[in-house]
Write a protein that binds this ligand. Structure first.
Ligand code: NAD
Ligand code: ASC
Length: 491
């Protein structure tokens, strides 16, 4: 009998948002995972960073889950050894949450007791904005492994050529850096007044734009693409912008946002902010057997007192861990208390952001020297912190300060203090800038067997997975390696 199902039917990557992720491993002999991937789940951050590098690029199996936690890579062998049936290349074409059934594209009907929706999101296509022709051979999106593989091929065949990047968000910024590193001439086009408009202040954006310009990137702001100009073979050779400008293009990369894959559950579950609404246990309010995690889930962020859908790998890791806790240890699992966290690494730069970017902004630090930050203060309290060029202690300090939400009376003083302000709240245990999971699930029996006693869950505080293998020491070394590798990691 199948007890637990993880549905990852649309958008191959979604699964990496869900299960077997980070430092928690759930191994139910009666668990099945459905997904359209051709390979076991992996973590996405590498795709827009290390995967695109011309030298020693990141390749599977190096970024299978749970690479982000410096944990064991979950390969096919791993799933097999842990009694998890991983059903690849399989699309779930319909779901009936009232009857607790799924139907696959092959016509198989699956019954479940608990369903975890980790269907993630898909890249928005230009066609949705009325621009036709983005299926040309040299127009690339970047969401999954196939996209990234194709981008590498196209990029390598256009060395020295012109690349146009549409969108000034995460994909735009990270891909533009990779294109430059691969020797292409890059122009970025986006509608806003500055890059990373969802998060950066104009002053922060100015730093990154100047840095990119020094690397040869050209910015075309406040403009959008309206059509492609194709050659006789259908390849794009130019992009036409709204103001009539023509940009020559040997390659176009499009990163204009994502859309959560909720269609399977339309009319059955409540949607909010584009995602599936869940409570603080990652459980849908209308159906206690259904959980949603990662990019597709809209959950209560306690710290802000509102529901959010957060598009980031950290939220995916932690929400999945929390859902697993809530399923396996309902009595011991409290409310998900997540501190939103975002990061990016481009060229030699690296930034982290915690909290919310609302209210008044106070910048601090050395912008010219590339070690600077910003605090956001709303209703007299610190609600968000950003820092570029920090070390582990500095990032941990801004994270902790943001979690504490201290009162701020004097904004000028806050700016003068800069990082020193955050260090007042720094924790002594710097193992992780973020709080530990609320619940430690005891390790029970392991693989094989049946039903609920065949559950193995290891949380970071217990490191039960490693303990069960008698390698606690190895876990400590891994933790140390993780810390040392943090700045050097390429995904
Ligand atoms: N480091 C990271 O956290 C990281 C890295 C890569 C991707 N991601 C995630 O991947 C997803 C996709 O990233 P993304 O960069 O596509 O989304 P995004 O939302 O970060 O940025 C979208 C950008 O496209 C612009 N845009 C929208 N419509 C446009 C149009 N018609 N023409 C031109 N520009 C347009 C927006 O104004 C914005 O600049 C996001 O969820 C993002 O969080 C995150
Ligand atoms: O940190 C990241 O989060 C996203 C993705 O995993 C969630 O949308 C991504 O591509 C990153 O690099």
């Amino acid at each position: 009998m199948q007890d637990l199902h993880v549905s990852c039917s649309l958008g191959p990557f979604c699964f990496s948002f869900g299960f077997g992720f980070h430092s928690w491993h759930l191994c139910l002999s009666s668990m099945r995972i459905f997904n359209m991937l051709q390979v076991p789940p992996y973590e996405r951050p590498a795709l827009s960073k290390g995967f695109l590098l011309p030298e020693a690029p990141a390749r599977l199996p190096s970024f299978h889950t749970c690479v982000g936690a410096n944990e064991e890579r979950l390969t096919l062998k791993w799933y097999k050894e842990h009694g998890i049936e991983l059903v690849l290349n399989t699309r779930v074409k319909s779901a009936d949450v009232r009857r607790k059934t799924l139907i696959t594209a092959m016509g198989e009907t699956i019954s479940y007791k608990i369903l975890i929706i980790a269907t993630g999101a898909r890249a928005l296509k230009l066609e949705e904005f009325g621009v036709e022709g983005s299926n040309a051979e040299n127009v690339c999106y970047l969401r999954d492994l196939n996209d990234a593989t194709r981008l590498v091929e196209v990029m390598q065949s256009r060395m020295g050529g012109n690349a146009v990047v549409i969108g000034g968000g995460y994909i735009g910024m990270e891909c533009a850096a990779s294109l430059v590193i691969n020797g292409l001439k890059v122009t970025m086009v986006f509608p806003e007044a500055h890059c990373m408009a969802r998060l950066f202040t104009p002053k922060i954006a100015e730093f990154y734009e100047s840095y990119y310009e020094a690397k040869g990137v050209r910015f075309v702001k406040g403009n959008v693409l309206t059509s492609f100009e194709n050659d006789s073979e259908g390849k794009v050779k130019g992009v036409i912008l709204k103001d009539g400008t023509r940009l020559p293009a040997d390659l176009v990369v499009v990163g204009i946002g994502i859309r959560p894959n909720t269609e399977l559950f339309g009319g059955q579950l409540t949607l909010e902010k584009g995602g599936i609404k869940v409570n603080a246990r990652m459980q849908t309010p209308s159906n206690a057997s259904v959980y949603a995690i990662g990019d597709v889930a809209t959950f209560p962020v306690k710290l802000f007192g509102s529901n959010r859908r957060l598009e980031h790998v950290d939220s995916a890791r932690r929400s999945s861990r929390h859902a697993v806790s809530a399923i396996l240890s309902p009595d011991k699992t409290g409310e998900f208390d997540y501190l939103p966290f975002f990061y990016s690494r481009v060229f030699a730069l690296s930034w982290q952001f915690y909290g919310d970017n609302v209210g008044e902004v106070v910048h601090f630090g050395d912008f010219a020297g590339g070690r600077f930050g910003a605090y956001w203060v709303d209703n007299g309290r610190l609600v968000g912190s950003f820092y570029e060029g920090g070390n582990r202690e500095e990032y941990a300090a801004i994270a902790e300060a943001t979690r504490v939400r201290p009162e701020v009376v004097d904004l000028d003083e806050l700016g003068r203090l800069g990082l020193e302000f955050a260090f007042r709240f720094a924790r002594k245990d710097l193992e992780d800038p973020l709080p530990p999971p609320e619940v430690v699930v005891p390790v029970t029996a392991s693989q094989g067997g049946d039903t609920s006693s065949s559950i193995v869950v290891a949380g970071r505080p217990v490191y039960g997975w490693h303990a069960s293998a008698g390698v606690l020491v190895a876990a400590s070394i891994a933790g140390l390696a993780y810390w040392y590798g943090w700045r050097r990691r390429r995904w």
